[in-house]
Design a protein around this ligand. Sequence first.
Ligand SMILES: Nc1ncnc2c1ncn2[C@@H]1O[C@H](COP(=O)(O)OP(=O)(O)OP(=O)(O)O)[C@@H](O)[C@H]1O
Ligand SMILES: [Mg+2]
Length: 427
Amino acid sequence: MAAITLKDINKRYGDGFHAVKNVSLDIADGEFVILVGPSGCGKSTLLRMIVGLEDITSGELRIGDERVNEKAPRDRNLSMVFQNYALYPHLTVYENIAFPLRLSKTPDKEVDERVRRASDLLELDEHLDRKPANLSGGQRQRVAMGRAIVREAQAFLFDEPLSNLDAKLRGQMRTEISRLQKRLGITTVYVTHDQVEAMTLGDRVVVLRRGVIQQVASPRELYENPVNLFVAGFIGSPPMNFISATVVGDSLHTPFGEWRLPPSRALDLSGHEVVLLGARPEAFEDASVVSDTAREHGVVFDATIDVIEWLGNEQYAYVPYEAPEDIRAQLAELERELDSEALRTQLVVALDASSRIPEGSPASLWLDLRRVHVFDPESGDNLTVQAMGDRTPDAAGNGGPPAAAPADPAAASADPAPETGETPMAP
Ligand SMILES: Nc1ncnc2c1ncn2[C@@H]1O[C@H](COP(=O)(O)OP(=O)(O)OP(=O)(O)O)[C@@H](O)[C@H]1O
Ligand SMILES: [Mg+2]
């Protein structure tokens, strides 16, 4: 096992396309890192450069203490698991796992030891004599991982290993991969475009956009303190709400009234005429179920809810509103890029299951202003996070999200697992 270090890595393809731009990243020994971003942002390119299937145009890649830019894939000793893993149908599970060892002419005794150790770990002991066709999808996945494990590689690299599984199996495999990774303590880099996978699986998440790293942080930190509009809109489902506001002195004129940020969130907005406020669905509540003490930290406003989705444990209410044309155009642009959920000019608010607000009627909603972010609509920067970075993390006195949540891998990597297909690396 080893650390992986990327320093100013660039990739320009033969046709001139600059797919990866100045990526620097330190992946610690044993760490589980996720690369996430929309289609075409350069995730696979980056992974393929690490593994050696793609030349590095400039920059330095180190595995452990060694520069490996010029090394052939097989000499890097990494195990790559792809979306479509090929198990050999005519070979037993045992021989499928043993395959890379047979290629390297490993003595039988050692093959047996390593295969048995892997199968024990993967709980495949009782399936060793079976053929892949007779296994469940999850079991096949584990066989593919077994093949990666017996190679005793320095690191696992996964490229969207779960994307062709159904939702249920995906969830199971996510937990499985996470568990296995913890047990093995093997350095892992995992590519996905699925933000749920990214949030549940890794110690740290790297958000990429058009070949450029936007933010590297624990899932919790990404969620609570996204550095810009892109990360804010990409992470979280339903996505963060964006509300345009005109700055007048120290108050904000929004389509829902005049708001004033509490001291913990206050920042110098002189020089800004218009800002975008960001608030996650759960920062809102039906005002009638909010306690008087909580009310003080927020603002109550009237809104008309057009649709309510009741989910049992909570409900989502949709509140359409008017936004200025340029803001609307900007949100549409962001939405296109995120190719995920719509960031339309409507609020999506999460209400307590006990709320009885009826559809189509005026309602009184509460917003926790301690959880509001302020974005510069031009640069997309999160001004709140920047302002907090300049401040010592004082106790600010209001249970809002901590100014800078320390990376917390335990909280972050609750529980995921995967499935994969691994193809033995160039023998
Ligand atoms: N061989 C190539 N020549 C030129 N451009 C390429 C080549 N391979 C990939 N690209 C471009 O590089 C960019 C990054 O591609 P990459 O496959 O890394 O994206 P990705 O983030 O893995 O996307 P996806 O989620 O769709 O798999 C894309 O815009 C793609 O068109
Ligand atoms: Mg890809």
